[in-house]
Design a protein around this ligand. Structure first.
Ligand SMILES: NC(=O)c1ccc[n+]([C@@H]2O[C@H](COP(=O)([O-])OP(=O)(O)OC[C@H]3O[C@@H](n4cnc5c(N)ncnc54)[C@H](O)[C@@H]3O)[C@@H](O)[C@H]2O)c1
Length: 457
């Protein structure tokens, strides 16, 4: 075990918070501090109501907070005292200027780099935890080279592969940890310090070392591959609907091929989350920058297929509901981009809700964890949207229910009771294929799944 060090993480979001909590829990001799410019967020991390929901997170924070895990707003002090600085700030898609809508917006990243530069003295290892365009470490190193007084800052890449909803499990039992650095003596020394942290609980063979560019690019490539599997199966879901094949049967049949494997073959209304879309568009932008247009077009089609799937879902709802939803109450079950999180960033539910609102429906949104974020996402539409925690109440008087998040609780509702309170004919659009469609049909519903035969009365 290595001697205890001061670890700082800049950015207390979905990645910084859980990642540092697990590091603190697994490495009791390290002192871990998490800082953020958002003071409210830091207050929440220090309270009983954490700013994010993740299964297992509350318990772990309570176990480590104020022992060797601290949340603070004093970024400069944190930088001064740290030996190792993880940077986990957001890197959203740029909304302005060159590369708008595609390139990564690196303003938060660069501000952080400059703040580190202004406050650092002595030797520190800077760890890229955020997902960044390949070769960002070179830009960071150049910024750090501008330092006039005594500081030696080595940049290491350690992208995060956790998935929201299973973050703690993923961090405690990762498939792998990737650490990239320069191949110089200083680079390798810095890499070894990061390896030493993870080696507390991750088997050594699962800690992959690489050069810094491979590490940066592997994160983008990994998200591109995962999203591509979803778009691939979704493309087949449309073909299933046209041919009476069943997408779950097709997915099972192809997933049992050991070369393909079963994961990420669940057809749905589409992928969401803050990462897939932004990281693929960023990849497309990078490829274009290198003149690799065929590669850029190939990956762009993954995002386009996802958009098409979302549009198709709304079109199916509209045409099934007799080509009009104006004035109709439609209940959306689930608003988070996936189960077990309150995160709604890029959730397909936002697209579906907006599509229905454009057609003048009255939309009722139910979700066990995401209503606060849903309210913010649709704040410009507050007149035509109702937020309702109880799904039974949400469905009362509705013409249709759309399942948009695969929360377990929606599998176990009393759909017979719900049917009695809805307007008839009643419709269920199962955007996650989690319900028993035959059973619902026998209760009287018209049932539309993804890539399934439509069950119409
Ligand atoms: N969310 C995921 O599932 C996930 C998974 C893997 C990787 N990532 C990547 O990790 C990075 C962070 O993602 P996230 O989901 O945690 O984002 P987030 O928006 O939840 O958190 C980022 C935090 O950084 C803070 N911040 C921004 N600029 C700052 C500054 N100058 N100083 C201090 N704090 C600052 C913000 O206030 C925010 O709280 C992104 O690059 C993302 O692509 C995310």
């Amino acid at each position: 075990m290595s001697a205890g060090k001061n670890i700082l993480c800049i950015g207390a979001g979905y990645v910084g918070g859980p990642t540092m909590t697990v590091i603190a829990a697994k490495c009791p001799e390290y002192r871990v501090t998490v800082v953020d410019i958002d003071k409210n967020k830091i207050e929440a991390w220090n309270s009983d109501r954490l700013p994010i929901y993740e299964p297992g997170l509350d318990e772990l924070v309570h176990r480590t907070r104020n022992k060797n895990l601290y949340f603070s707003s004093d970024i400069e002090k944190g930088i001064r005292e740290a030996d190792i600085i993880f940077v986990s700030v957001n890197t959203p898609t740029k909304t302005f200027g060159q590369g708008a809508g595609m390139a990564a917006d690196l303003q938060y990243w660069e501000k952080t780099a400059r703040q580190i530069l202004a406050n650092a003295e002595g030797r520190k290892v800077i760890v890229e935890k955020s997902t960044l365009p390949v070769r960002t470490a070179a830009a960071m190193k150049r910024i750090f080279n501008g330092k006039t007084h005594d500081a030696s800052l080595e940049v290491v890449s350690n992208p995060e592969f956790l998935a929201e909803g299973t973050a703690i499990r993923d961090l405690e039992k990762p498939d792998r940890v990737l650490i990239g650095s320069r191949e110089t003596a200083e680079g390798i020394r810095a890499r070894e310090e990061i390896v030493a942290i993870y080696a507390h609980w991750v088997p050594r063979e699962k800690i992959i070392e690489s050069n810094v560019w491979s590490s940066e690019l592997s994160k983008l490539a990994s998200n591109a591959f995962l999203a591509q599997r979803i778009s691939s199966i979704n493309s087949f879901s449309a073909l299933c609907e046209a041919t009476e094949a069943d997408i779950d049967q097709v997915a099972y049949a192809i997933g049992t091929d050991s070369r393909i494997g079963p994961d990420f073959l669940k057809a749905s209304v589409g992928f969401g989350g803050s990462c897939f879309r932004k990281d693929i568009l960023n990849l497309v932008y990078i490829c274009q920058g290198y003149g690799l247009d065929a590669v850029a077009d190939y990956w762009r089609s993954v995002v386009e297929m996802n958009e098409w799937q979302e549009q198709r879902f709304v079109r199916n709802m509209l045409s099934s509901l007799f080509n009009t939803v104006a004035g109709k109450r439609i209940a959306l079950f689930g608003f988070a981009f996936k189960a077990n999180t309150g995160d709604t960033r890029e959730s397909p539910a936002i697209y579906v809700a907006r599509g229905l609102l454009e057609e003048r429906a009255h939309v009722v949104i139910s979700d066990p964890k995401a209503l606060e974020n849903a309210r913010k996402d649709l704040e410009d539409e507050s007149e035509n949207v109702t937020f309702e925690t109880d799904p039974y109440k949400a469905a009362e008087g509705a013409h249709a229910i759309a399942i948009l998040t695969e929360w377990d609780l929606y599998k176990d509702l009393d759909y017979e009771k719900i049917f009695q309170t809805m307007v008839h004919p009643a419709f269920i659009f199962d955007g996650r294929n989690i319900l028993d469609h035959r059973k619902l049909f026998s209760l009287g519903y018209n049932v539309f799944g993804i890539g399934k035969p439509f069950l119409k009365h």
